[in-house]
Design a protein around this ligand. Structure first.
Ligand code: HH2
Length: 287
């Protein structure tokens, strides 16, 4: 569980400081009609709030609320529509003892959700939009800085890298340093290579094999691979049948260097990570 003790080392995340000595789970709440794995399921605020409560009870360490799908080919959403989707959910979940993240790339949405008490901003565009870093700088929120080649509409058309691991790591380090130059403390930043965002299956696998190289840059690494098409390519299964593959990928990501995993299936992931923590003798389980 998150702590309110400001002096504890960890990821500073709005009202909380998240300990980084054990893997953390970010549970996904997509308040969208068109997300790739669960679009339309949480179209009402009430359903999204109930889902968020369930994910928290299942062991989520962070809840990530999204009002715009980023799947390849997804239609863009206006800031006002995005806010209409996410604000009531933030309001409804604020009373839980869990940090609330908002998945957005729009500075106007960032500013407004921070005013409403969001603890983290998760930007798949790496805070590249003009005004994005300024929108978060004055808050206490954590940032997830993600890598994406291209933009969602076209990113899977022809992704190309000379060396995917070093190019992604260099981009993330540059963006994290730009955030720090904008006055954002290092302890507020996590980085994410953006699995499936302008990457082929081989690029994704190469990144997941080399998470240690990303982690060695010094910021905690967040990975979102849950139910993604790369798992469909490997297993041949539809999105709703990728729970086992997603848990395997999340566990391997943690073993390879990730600290935070962004998942749809919190309970199954929690079980796997609890077993992992127990076997490696993490403090909560004793030696
Ligand atoms: N993946 C998705 C959305 N946001 N954020 C981070 N930091 N990392 C990710 O890998 C990531 C993300 C895509 O997944 P999902 O939210 O389930 O789908 P959609 O974008 O279609 O709503």
């Amino acid at each position: 569980m998150a702590s309110n003790v400001a002096a504890e080392p960890g990821l500073r995340c709005g009202r909380f400081v998240l300990p980084l000595h054990r893997p953390l789970i970010m549970g996904v709440i997509n308040v969208t009609p068109d997300s790739f794995s669960d679009g339309g399921l949480l179209s009402s605020s009430a359903a999204a709030i109930e889902h968020g409560r369930r994910l928290a009870a299942e062991g989520a360490d962070i809840l990530d609320v999204g009002g715009e799908s980023t799947r390849p080919g997804a239609a863009p959403v206006l800031a006002d529509d995005e806010l209409r989707r996410v604000l009531p959910v933030i309001e409804g979940l604020r009373g839980l003892d869990v940090p609330l993240s908002v998945d957005t790339s729009k500075p106007a949405v960032m500013a407004e959700v921070l005013r409403s008490g969001a603890d983290m901003i998760n930007d798949v565009a790496g805070f590249r939009a003009p005004g994005a870093l300024e929108a978060v700088a004055g808050s206490a929120a954590a940032l997830c800085v993600m890598h994406m080649q291209g933009e969602p509409r076209t990113m899977q058309a022809n992704p190309h890298y000379a060396d995917v691991v070093s190019e992604v790591a260099d981009f993330l380090a540059q963006r994290a340093e730009a955030a720090q130059s904008a006055g954002i403390a290092r302890a507020r930043i996590a980085i994410d290579p953006g699995i499936g965002f302008g990457k082929t299956l081989e690029h994704n696998l190469e990144l997941l094999r080399n998470l240690g190289k990303l982690a060695s840059r010094g910021w905690p690494v967040l990975i979102g691979v849950s139910r993604k098409s790369m798992l469909g390519k490997i297993t041949g299964r539809a999105t709703s049948e990728r729970v086992h593959a997603s848990v395997a990928a999340a566990l391997l990501a943690v073993i390879n260097g990730a600290t935070i995993v962004r998942v749809h299936d919190v309970r199954a992931t929690r079980d796997a990570l609890d077993v992992y923590d127990a076997i490696r003798g993490a403090p909560r389980f004793g030696a």
